[in-house]
Design a binder for this molecule. Structure first.
Ligand code: ATP
Ligand code: MG
Length: 366
């Protein structure tokens, strides 16, 4: 990945910059093993943009955010936020950033307005200014009507927006959002997305972590994919999707005994790409170039062979596909498990070895 050159001590021009950052967690007790949560992590975020940090559970997203937000010390590398060195000037960095954690910081016993006024006073705004700022933010995040209701009555989406508002009290240059929509219904997610767009329109730079490719796709102009503490891809959403490939054909076999036959048919029609078989869900999928032709051909061929199918269709690549393509392992560990039963070690996809010797997640059909 091309990393920007930075002059000695001078600001990089990036709102957030990480170069080779290492963060180790030490295991508890004697002989505790060491965990490298960040293992030479690189990131460069342009000012005034939403940058997505995308990765599965345990990839290091929260660790990266906490390091950049000065809540955790790092062990090696370099990090800069708003032109300031994170290791050397944590207090100044803190005055320029906001953070919404993975778990909301809203006080349920207070109303929305009281929550924001409390944060304002915590930031030493003074009573009058805190009241005024709370009013502005309630307005901005479309919470004015619900302002004097108890936060415990808020929907998930409203709660996250209140959380966002509380991280904007001081109008930070850089806002870190750690999985802001996890657990929200589609409407709640849409509301949070609108709020994030409004922030960026107001000049804030946002680093957003997510497990959802579609979220990064909608919000971010740039995405860094993180896996095992390292950036493994860094691109625009479109370029990333193109790398993963286009639409996928997916067939659910009616009978588990037909899985191999289905996989062979899909492999013949899809031609060349990795065919993924998941025995537990009786699902076979693969990337296709010409979606309609592939769908027609697979359906006809399965019918000719009298293979019963429960479902057949086309779908967009998922985050799991991105991971499978980039790393050779999926996001869900149990998928690797199931697939291992069917694995023929002599026939691994060569692409699954291009980063590390991860276990190949799934099955390349013969
Ligand atoms: N305090 C800690 N002590 C030891 N290990 C930790 C600690 N916090 C995180 N880890 C480990 O570091 C790795 C990265 O964790 P992190 O929370 O940064 O991942 P994440 O990408 O945010 O995951 P999620 O999607 O589940 O939030 C994981 O293997 C995790 O188990
Ligand atoms: Mg996390």
């Amino acid at each position: 990945m091309p990393m920007p050159k930075t002059g000695s001590g001078s600001a990089s021009g990036y709102a957030v910059l990480a170069e080779g950052v290492v963060k180790r967690y030490r295991g508890r007790g004697k002989g505790g093993t060491e965990k490298r949560a960040l293992d030479g992590f690189d990131l460069a975020v342009r000012p005034g943009t939403v940058h997505g940090l995308l990765g599965p559970n345990g990839a290091g997203k929260t660790t990266a955010v906490r390091v950049l937000a000065t809540l955790l010390r790092y062990d090696a590398g370099r990090a800069e936020v708003a032109g300031l060195d994170v290791g050397r000037e944590p207090r100044r960095v803190r005055s320029r950033i906001g953070l919404t954690g993975q778990y909301a910081a809203v006080d349920e016993g207070l109303t929305g307005r009281q929550n924001l006024e409390m944060f304002g006073r915590l930031f030493h705004l003074g009573n009058r200014r805190a009241r005024q700022r709370a009013g502005e933010l309630l307005d901005r995040f479309d919470l004015t009507e619900a302002a004097d209701k108890g936060a415990k009555e808020y929907s998930g989406g409203m709660r996250r927006r209140l959380d966002l508002a509380s991280s904007m009290i001081l109008q930070p240059d850089v806002l870190f959002l750690d999985e802001p929509t996890t657990g929200l219904d589609p409407r709640g997610r849409g509301e949070v997305w609108d709020a994030v767009r409004a922030l960026v329109a107001g000049g804030t730079t946002v680093l957003l972590t997510t497990q959802y490719l579609d979220e990064a796709d909608r919000l971010a102009s740039h995405i860094t994919v993180i896996d095992r503490g390292r950036a493994i891809a860094d691109d625009t959403p479109d370029a990333l999707k193109n790398r993963v490939g286009g639409d996928r054909i997916e067939v659910v076999a009616a009978d588990a005994g037909d899985l191999d036959a289905v996989a062979r048919t899909v492999d013949r029609v899809a031609g060349g790409g990795l065919v993924v078989t998941d025995a537990a869900t009786r699902r076979v999928h693969a990337q296709v170039a010409d979606r309609v032709a592939a769908l027609t051909e697979v359906a006809r061929s399965l019918q000719d062979d009298a293979i019963a199918v429960e479902d057949i269709g086309l779908r967009r690549p998922s985050l799991d596909d991105v991971f499978l393509r980039l790393t050779g392992h999926g996001t869900a560990p149990e998928v690797e498990h199931r697939a291992a039963e069917h694995q023929d070690p002599g026939r691994r996809d060569p692409e699954s070895h291009d980063t590390e010797n991860h276990d190949s997640a799934e099955v390349a059909a013969a």
